[in-house]
Design a protein around this ligand. Sequence first.
Ligand code: NAD
Length: 480
Amino acid sequence: MAYRNFIDGDWVDSDSGRTFAVLNPADNALVGEVPDCGASEASRAIKAAAAARLGFQQLERSDRTHLLRELSEQMHVRRLELSDLLTAEQGKPRAESEGEIAYARSYLDGAAREADQLPLEQPLDPAETGKNVIVRPTSMGVVGIITPWNFPLAMLAKKIGPAFAQGCPVVVKPAEDTPLTTLLLARLCEEVGIPRGVFNVVTGDPSLIGAEFMSNRDVRMVSFTGSTATGRILIDGASRNFTRLLLELGGHAPFIVTEDADLDDAVSGLIASKFRNNGQTCVCPNRILVPEAFEKRFVALLEAGMRQLVCGRGDRAGVDLGPLINDRAIESVEAQVEDALSRGATRVLGGHRLKFEGLADRFYAPTLLTGCTSQMDCFKTETFGPVCPVRSYRSIDEAVEIANELPCGLAGYVWCGDTERGLSLAQRLECGIVGINDAAPVTASTPFGGVRESGWGQEGGEVVLHEYAPTRTYSIGGSL
Ligand code: NAD
């Protein structure tokens, strides 16, 4: 099926007429063809968004939050179509696609709810300022949005929720592997009456479209979720126009099991969190740290749990793990496992591709490694696949040191018996969010962003609304 881009309320092709193919990662079947755009189409989309800005800001905020709720409702009504398409372009199991749609909706509804409660202005006490001072949130203006392939709808909803609530028109550049659900969402935006020019989608060359976002003065902020490497390119680009950046970048989460933890519970939590989206999430536990004395028991339980996982194409009932997103992804998982084995890790389970007749060569067996060390790539570089590298520790101090040894700091996990002690341990981790006996700590109401090389700013909760509408101060002179 041929898809078109959505610019200024019109469905359009690329200027060159060129397209690129979106393939189903499970079997390489063609899912859709999308326009292969670059700077000129991005520039037109930005112009349309800038023209729509004033009208959108002048709507009552309650009208904008109403539109967000309508969009969320429409996603629910069309959830089967959306989840079929999501599984086809991304590969995740159907149940996970449906979960992602519900999760995405929670960000639209959450932004609408939080915005409705936010005061429209904050007068300061004249007794303290000596004059009349009013502080008002002011819409950021046009926002360029760049999303990753692992949660194309949820990561987009995290951004358009607060953007629309705060009156910001957007130009979205989805990932090349998964642009189709974003284009379907554009259709829903059109149907619920999001004003023309407020939601624009441009698919195509990431560096050309990204460079246009960073050089065009009408783009006041770029909201990005993706790798730290791309985040760095955007930081460099932002110096040109001082473009504000909201960056949600990569992580490499530690998962610390303490001596008093319930090991069965720790293993269930680890499996739930590690294997969501086949290990292709930014908050995946990737460095499993277990007390030396319990390692053997823990690994036996984990192996038994991992043996239950069913791999296959995501649209087949009962499947837990789909394919990896593309050839690069499986090659990098393979390379990490080979590196660990060559440096002395022990393979307990997996460590190889899985072949299924008629399917693509992108399925990787759930893999359990022990004896991992800081010298191995799997303990240094973000893993995006179904690999569980386990390492034992002798003291909590040692576990904390290992957990904090990388320059990233996104999610972390502590599995413990005593939650007070667990909280003290969690506070020592350099992470933006820590799940304490909690395998899914991120929700729409939770403010969350990475520290250090994992990002700038936060999404979720009320706090994200301020990212899209910083306050402006009006100081009124004359007598009080
Ligand atoms: P990526 O950086 O390769 O791509 C992300 C997006 O950036 C895509 O749309 C891509 O086309 C675009 N892009 C690539 N080069 C660009 C450039 N030069 N200029 C502008 N845009 C460019 O990341 P990915 O592989 O798609 O996603 C996986 C990464 O995302 C992982 O590191 C993961 O941890 C991270 N992630 C983080 C969060 C979070 O909340 N912190 C959530 C999901 C994913």
